[in-house]
Design a protein around this ligand. Structure first.
Ligand SMILES: Nc1nc2c(ncn2[C@@H]2O[C@H](COP(=O)(O)OP(=O)(O)OP(=O)(O)O)[C@@H](O)[C@H]2O)c(=O)[nH]1
Ligand SMILES: [Mg+2]
Length: 301
């Protein structure tokens, strides 16, 4: 992982941070605690942590800091609460030896194709042998996009013609991976609204193809979520989870959003780990999620 990743994350989260802390630190000068807590709750809501989360955090701050406190004390308590809540979302990515399959799903434009290439590059850096699969056969451009990204990161892309059956592409990719000796198959899928049943069925079919070949479904079923959709992420995640039994999330576009706080309700609602976070369009703009580093970047900049 490039060392500058967290610097980029800090820069990326600056809009969330400014919304969250900018108004608060101004308020802090000489106001009563009760007023400060109201402003803290408002600021948390603006960062899209959701009403329940905001209330929970404020109540806890109230308990831990009765009476007066310094700005630093307030920050430290909020930091501690957020790290404790997000720690459950940390799950370092690890795979047993042998062939593994990672399926990436999500709504249109959430960042799936870019993420597949970024994760491929990241795995390559970990000494794995990944291959990318263009199972978004819906648009010709999607296949070309993955091919180009694959070329940039130096990974082979298995693809069929536009309009082909995604299950058939995945099957071919598995056969190919086994014969060549690839150990991780990263499957890019077409964007789809979580409410479109036939399209969700198509994903289930891809899972069945993997199951038939591997005697188990995809090792990771990863929902790629655009962090800037804020609270919307919850309903997306719930419906994809109901259809596929998700194993983890990737949170993209943490750069340039003021709604980075949405990570909290998503983690609370689903209890799913965040496997990676993405902070830019570059192919190095990805890192495993770490609660402490994330909260530091969010609050301290
Ligand atoms: N700023 C920013 N842009 C990103 C990030 N990840 C992806 N993008 C951009 O978001 C746009 C959509 O990314 P794709 O990877 O094509 O998204 P997708 O989910 O594959 O889209 P569909 O296949 O159309 O559903 C592209 O312009 C990407 O460069 C990120 O972390 N930060
Ligand atoms: Mg795509």
């Amino acid at each position: 992982m490039p060392e500058s990743f967290w610097e980029r994350l800090r820069a990326g989260l600056s809009r969330t941070r400014e919304g969250l802390l900018g108004s608060l630190s101004a308020t802090f000068q000489g106001q009563k605690t009760a007023e400060l807590l109201t402003r803290l709750e408002e600021a948390l809501l603006c960062a899209d942590v959701g009403p329940e989360e905001a209330r929970r955090i404020v109540t806890q701050v109230e308990e831990e800091l009765p009476g007066r406190c310094t700005w630093e004390e307030l920050l430290t308590v909020v930091e501690k609460i957020l790290v404790a809540e997000l720690a459950q979302a940390e799950r370092p990515f690890s795979l047993s030896s042998g062939l593994a399959v990672l399926l990436f799903v999500g709504v249109n434009g959430s960042g799936k194709t870019t993420t597949v290439a970024k994760v491929g590059k990241w795995l390559l850096g970990c000494g794995r042998k990944p291959v990318l699969v263009a199972a978004d056969t819906f648009r010709a451009a999607a296949i070309d996009q993955l091919r180009e990204l694959g070329e940039t990161v130096g990974l082979e892309v298995v693809a069929h013609q536009p309009g082909a059956d995604p299950g058939a592409v995945v099957h071919d990719a598995l056969v190919h991976a086994r014969s060549v000796g690839y150990d991780i198959v990263l499957v890019d899928t077409a964007g789809r609204l979580q409410t479109k049943k036939p399209l969700m069925e198509e994903l289930k079919k891809v899972c069945r193809v993997v199951e038939k070949f591997m005697n188990r479904g995809p090792d990771e079923r990863v929902l790629v979520v655009d962090a800037s959709v804020g609270q919307n992420a919850i309903s997306q995640a719930q419906l994809f989870h109901a259809a596929l039994g998700l194993t983890g999330l990737v949170l993209t576009k943490l750069d340039g959003t003021a709604r980075g706080g949405a990570v909290l309700p998503v983690v609370q609602a689903l209890g799913l780990p965040i496997l990676w976070v993405g902070t830019g369009t570059g192919l190095d703009d990805l890192a495993p999620f770490r609660a402490e580093a994330f909260v530091q970047a969010l609050l301290r900049g």
